[in-house]
Design a binder for this molecule. Structure first.
Ligand SMILES: Cc1cc2nc3c(=O)[nH]c(=O)nc-3n(C[C@H](O)[C@H](O)[C@H](O)COP(=O)(O)O)c2cc1C
Length: 304
């Protein structure tokens, strides 16, 4: 079940997604943090962020809409309080999700994290609004993405995973830019900009008005994006979007992913990642797959 990715050795391809698994340590009593391929922490910024007003999470048809507002404890508190207890699990891959509102903030967070122990890799959330570009996400503008990833790649002493935004015209184009700028792997993708309205009250359902859509509703779109990304770049891809069953994970591997992340599923079942790691192993056994890594990019396209 092992896979290697950007220099990391994962026990299996199942990784818990950012923003849906706290700082990891909250899960220590309900599952084994070393039984999964790894987990990505909540996005970490230079200063603590309180997040948006409620309601900030609502259920949609086959999915979920969130506008948490990047709430987090900030890099100093993360290093002082959240990271040390995770050292009880030396075989757990702790991937720290990083964001900022300026390139300088991203770099400052990475430089501070470089000094801390017990981190396997960084995942750069480029879906954050860029205050110097009128609030447009870094990952939505090719030149901004290239500059941010090249600066982050130079600053980082650890593998750098770039988490692409799906809110772009061509994910393949953005993937090529991120790879050329120094990304060691790509996560595909973040949530889709979306909104929900209550017809009775005539009000938006989220206090923030808009939010990000995740869960099974997005799976066919993100699967297509993983496929297109795998055709465009040679670096490893972490696929995600609506994974609930082991077969969902297999579909992402076939499309070109080396590993997958699981987010929304953990809201319905907090042990979803451990269940999926075991379920994927059973799936491989029952389908005569000796090595899970052999599924990556093994999509068979009928030609006649
Ligand atoms: C409540 C919530 C909070 C999230 N917070 C973050 C975050 O801080 N940083 C980030 O890169 N992605 C964040 N995400 C996006 C997820 O990591 C993931 O990319 C997305 O939800 C798609 O996967 P899923 O359909 O399995 O949930 C968040 C998602 C949810 C549902």
């Amino acid at each position: 079940m092992k896979v290697s990715l950007a220099g990391l050795e994962l026990a299996n391809p199942i990784i818990a997604a950012s923003g849906t698994f706290g700082y990891g340590i909250e899960f220590e009593e309900i599952l084994s943090l070393e039984s999964i391929g790894g987990f990505v922490t909540k996005g970490i910024s230079l200063e603590p962020i309180a997040g948006n007003a409620a309601p900030r999470l609502i259920q949609t048809a086959s999915g979920m809409l969130n506008a948490i507002g990047l709430q987090n404890v900030g890099v100093e508190e993360f290093i002082a309080r959240k990271l040390p207890p995770l050292r009880r699990y030396p075989r757990a891959n702790v991937i720290v999700n990083v964001f900022g509102y300026t390139v300088g903030e991203y770099i400052a967070v990475i430089e501070r994290l470089n000094q801390a122990e017990g981190i396997a890799a960084y995942e750069l959330n480029v879906s954050c609004p860029n205050v110097h570009a009128g609030g447009m996400a870094f990952g939505a503008e090719p030149a901004e993405l290239e500059y941010l990833v090249s600066r982050a790649s130079n600053a980082s002493t650890r593998p750098l995973i770039v988490k692409l935004s799906p809110n772009v015209t061509s994910i393949a184009h953005m993937a090529r830019i991120a790879a050329r700028a120094g990304a060691n792997a790509l996560s595909v993708s973040n949530t889709f900009l979306a909104m929900a309205i209550d017809a009775e009250t005539r009000k938006p359902r989220l206090a923030n008005i808009t939010g990000g859509l995740s869960g099974p509703a997005i799976k066919p779109i993100t699967l297509r994006m993983v496929y297109e990304t795998a055709q465009a770049v040679d670096i490893p891809i972490i696929g995600m979007g609506g994974i609930i069953t082991p077969a969902d994970a297999v579909e992402y591997l076939l499309a070109g992913a080396t590993a997958v992340q699981v987010g929304t599923a953990s809201f319905a079942d907090p042990c979803a990642v451990e269940r999926l790691a075991k379920g994927l192993e059973s799936w491989c056994r029952s389908h005569g797959v000796a090595r899970v890594s052999s599924l990556t990019k093994a999509l068979e396209i009928p030609r006649d």
